[in-house]
Each structure stands twice: as C-alpha cells, then as structure tokens.
Design a protein around this ligand. Structure first.
Ligand code: MG
Length: 388
C-alpha cells in the first residue's frame, strides 16, 4: 500500500510525473578512462587491458528526473562489444527514444530492439539509466523494484589476473587478507602452467573459500581435458574452458568439477538450452551481455526458477556499473547468488558518489531511490554525444 501511495505522489516538488507523462527529453554520453590499480588485467590468449574505455549514459526527462547508466566492455576482444561501439550505437539508437516513457521498461526495451537489431551492450546503459529514473519516481532503490533485498549484504569474488603460479598465489593471499573468500583465476593459457596455477593457489585457501578457474574460452578441448584431469583432486570450479558451447559441453561431460558457463550464455534461448543439456551448475549473468537490467533480471529470475546458481556482474565498469550490479545481486535469493563483483575497487578513478563500497569481501546495494549514485561531473567532463 505504501509503495502505491509513493507512486501516485512523486517525491520531488519539481516532478510533474502523474503516471504517464514522464518523457525522455535528452540523452548524453560521457567517455571515461578507467585505469587499473594493478596496472594491467590479463587473461586467456595474451589478452590484456590497462585502461578500460567506459561510457556513462545520462537520460534526462521532462519531469526533471535524471538517470545514469554505464557500459564498459572488457576491451574490444572479449565479447562482441567495444567502447567506441557503445557511443556509435547510442548515436543510432538515441533519436528513437526521445519522447518515450523511461519508466515503462518493457516497452522501452521493445522499442530499442525494434530500432536497433542486436547490439545488446549498446542498450544496457540506457536501460540502467531508465531503471534509475523509475526508482527515483517510485521513491525506491532499484533492488526493491527487482524483487526485494535479501539479507544485509552479499558475497564478492576477486578476479586474479593471469601471471605466474607464484604471483597468482601471492595475489590470492593478499586479497584473502582484505576479506575476499572467492577467487576467480584467469587461466586459459598453457595447460601445464594452468595446472600449476590452480595447484599453487589452492594451497593458499582455507575452508569455506571457493576457487574458480576461468579459462575465458582459451583452451582447445584436448587442453581442457588435460587440465581438468590434472586438477582432479583440487576443489575448483571450471569456467568456460573452450570457445563454443558444444566444446564446453563436451568438457563438462568429462569432468565432475562444478562447471560455470559465461561467454556462451548471452540470452534466454542459450540459458534454456544449457539447462536442458545440464551444461552448467553456475551461469554468469553480465548485465550488458544480456542488454541491461531488464533482460538480466529476466535471466536471473529464470535461473532462480530452474535452480541454477549465478554470478551477477558485468563485463567491466566503475562506480555506476557497480551500483547496478549491486541492485541486481542484492535482489537475488542468497542461496542462488554464487558470487558478484565490485569493479569500482579495481580502478583508480571514481566516477560517482554514493556507489557501494566493499567491506570484508562483501557489498550491499544503496538504500537511496534509484541507483543511489551521483556522477562526478568534473570527472566525466564534457559529453561526447548529445541527442535531443
Ligand atoms: Mg568468466
């Protein structure tokens, strides 16, 4: 009842929202470089990024309410996405959205899909910004609108950039001392070195810790087969060992390690196929991979119904992305949330006030309406595109 009253009477005296009159009047985008605290982030196939190219999207309305979103690909060689592509896509998509209702998220997503086929990552920032607007209109944090908050906080993993076995073991020790209890090793390199990496790190773990070996599509099947045999006695999850779904499924059927699918699962059809094949125990729901909070939430709810545990995250990002992840993760049933991530602690640049900050390897979503963040306009600088 309270929620309904809140919706009928907007909080802001400047707001003229009466259920149907909020309209998008302007979309702007800002490009921000996000350098890594550790210097570089390395994963399979020699791929490496030292400065991430992020785009922060700002959606303005005739009600005076402003929402923000962020899209930050993991470089141009991870998923079919790149930083410049976000901005190009927004130039194409933006004019179709002026005048539409940002609080009607289902309709907005259908409109985006009709105006621009595919390119889900382009749409993600707009979708997140519109959830931010909806939350402010409703006077509720997004996690409440996504199903409600589970518990005080939720568990994070730390990604361990690909280095020598000894260096990775030392990193795990260090991050463990900071409070993390889940560690995702970037493997997918030479199988013999990867076997050594997994063994070296496993020696640093304590009861209750969890270890994930993420090959990021980097092994051929014969290499993956050797690695899973070489670490047979280690308590480790195997994540996306090979490039294709079929190759991963083949390895899945040869190992009794718990199994995570990531890059191969980017939509509802793939999720349903994976479930039907028994292809994974855990799936990674990245917000921009699915096209925004609306579709990531749909995937999250399907996984919850099917009993598939999830890592809730994105490809990369800063404060705004971390806030969006936190709302989706915190509204995911605790037993189904395998882990999540706090990308804003990996970089050296803060782009917004109010973003959640990790405590002892755990995070919680803001209790303020919407995303709960205020972008730092001095950090964002001048917009690189404007659609009115
Ligand atoms: Mg992964």
């Amino acid at each position: 009842m309270n929620a309904r009253i809140t919706i009928l009477f907007p909080l802001s005296p400047d707001c003229n929202w009466q259920g149907l009159t909020v309209k998008i009047t302007r979309i702007t985008a800002f490009q921000v470089d996000l350098p890594l605290r550790e210097g570089s982030y390395n994963w399979s196939g020699g791929k490496s990024v030292s400065v991430f190219d992020s785009t922060i999207v700002r959606v303005e309305t005739d009600a005076g309410i402003v929402g923000h979103g962020e899209v930050c690909p993991l470089g141009p060689f991870y998923l079919p996405a790149y930083g410049g592509g976000v901005r190009s896509g927004l130039r194409e998509l933006g004019p179709h959205l002026i005048g539409s209702d940002p609080t009607a998220l289902g309709q907005l997503n259908r409109l985006m899909d009709a105006a621009l086929k595919g390119h889900p990552y382009v749409k993600s920032g707009i979708d997140i910004a519109c959830w931010d607007i909806l939350g402010q209109v409703a006077g509720q944090p997004i996690c409440q609108l996504l199903g409600g908050r589970y518990g005080e906080d939720f568990v994070l993993y730390r990604a361990i950039s690909q280095q020598s076995p000894e260096e990775m073991a030392a990193k795990v020790q260090g991050y463990r001392d900071e409070g993390y209890r889940r560690f995702q090793l970037k493997v997918g390199g030479d199988p013999d070195v990867d076997i050594a990496r997994i063994h070296a790190v496993a020696e640093k773990l304590q009861p209750g810790d969890k270890l994930i070996a993420d090959a990021n599509t980097g092994w051929l099947m014969h290499e993956a087969a050797r690695v899973v045999r070489g670490v047979r006695d280690v308590d480790v999850y195997i994540e996306q060992p090979c490039l294709s779904y079929e190759e991963c499924l083949s390895i899945r059927r040869r190992t009794d390690h718990p199994f995570v699918m990531d890059e191969s699962i980017d939509g509802m059809k793939e999720l349903l196929r994976g479930h039907a094949d028994g292809a994974m125990d855990v799936v990674n729901i990245k917000i921009s991979k699915f096209g925004g909070l609306t579709k990531a939430r749909q995937a999250r709810d399907l996984c919850a119904s099917l009993g598939i545990a999830m890592t809730i995250e994105d490809s990369w990002g800063g404060d705004v992305t971390t806030a969006a992840i936190a709302h989706l993760a915190h509204s995911t049933p605790t037993d189904l949330l395998f882990t999540s991530t706090d990308f804003n602690s990996y970089g050296t640049v803060s782009t917004a006030d109010g973003a959640p900050q990790r405590k002892q390897g755990r995070l919680s979503a803001s209790t303020d309406p919407g995303l709960g963040v205020s972008p730092k306009m001095d950090v964002l600088g001048e917009p690189v595109l404007e659609v009115v």
